[in-house]
Design a protein around this ligand. Structure first.
Ligand code: GTP
Ligand code: MG
Length: 215
């Protein structure tokens, strides 16, 4: 990467941060909380939101980020939630969402009386962590099948989040995962991280997530 490329990248990130800051302020004025969910593919983000729709007595809507397909938006719509799908595939296949795209999606949605807007970011633990989407809460979802070492190997997503949801805990009896070690690795990267362990299958721990959202 030459100096010119670094300058362009810095400019893109600065522009993204400025729009994110404005969006965060605009939504706060409307009493709307924006929550950005980041994770590896398949950690359970969409399932958690499907179940949240049934459990949380608040008005929510979801912006879905994927490279291709409207599958997640269809699942969310089937759960009775207003949703907007952003596909990056036709525009080069970016592996993250940017604040201007989230802002444009919100402008297309009816957010009257909305309490929480979720952004399901594109499934990977790297690029989404680099782009502020204007969220009031960044949450990283990590399923127990991914291993204790992931917070250490992909630290930025953990450093830039306030909440870590450890998902699929119903699978723990079948795995060699050391849950205490995983939690200690998360705390090593981000000592202030709030941690919730849950299963969207058995619903164990799910009330902690709902309580977090009520706050
Ligand atoms: N056992 C178990 N399986 C789960 C749980 N939550 C989700 N799954 C399964 O995990 C798979 C992936 O779940 P999704 O909700 O699609 O994951 P995602 O993070 O939205 O995936 P992407 O959007 O593709 O990144 C599905 O087969 C779910 O049924 C859970 O708590 N326990
Ligand atoms: Mg999904």
């Amino acid at each position: 990467m030459d100096k010119r490329e670094i300058k362009v990248m810095k400019k893109i990130l600065n522009m993204n941060d400025n729009i994110a800051k404005e969006l965060r302020q605009e939504l706060a004025k409307e009493n709307i909380c924006l929550i950005n969910l980041m994770s590896s593919p398949g950690s359970g983000k969409t399932t958690i939101m499907e179940k949240t729709a049934a459990e949380l007595e608040k008005n929510i809507c979801v912006i879905e980020g994927d490279i291709q397909t409207t599958l997640d938006a269809e699942r969310i719509a089937n759960a009775g939630i207003q949703t907007y799908q952003i596909n990056t595939g036709p525009f080069g296949g970016d592996c993250h969402l940017e604040s201007s795209w989230v802002k444009a999606a919100i402008a297309e949605m009816n957010i009257t009386d909305t309490d929480i807007i979720f952004v399901e970011n594109i499934g990977n633990l790297v690029c989404p962590a680099e782009f502020d989407v204007g969220a009031h809460v960044n949450a990283v979802v990590l399923s127990v099948t991914e291993g204790e070492d992931k917070p250490l190997k992909y630290p930025l997503a953990f450093r830039n989040s306030q909440l870590c949801v450890i998902s699929k805990i119903d699978l723990l009896p079948y795995l060699d995962l050391d849950l205490d070690k995983l939690i200690s690795n998360i705390k090593n990267i981000n000592p202030k991280m709030e941690i919730i362990t849950l299963s969207a299958k058995t619903m164990k721990g799910f009330s902690d997530w709902i309580d977090f959202l009520k706050k």
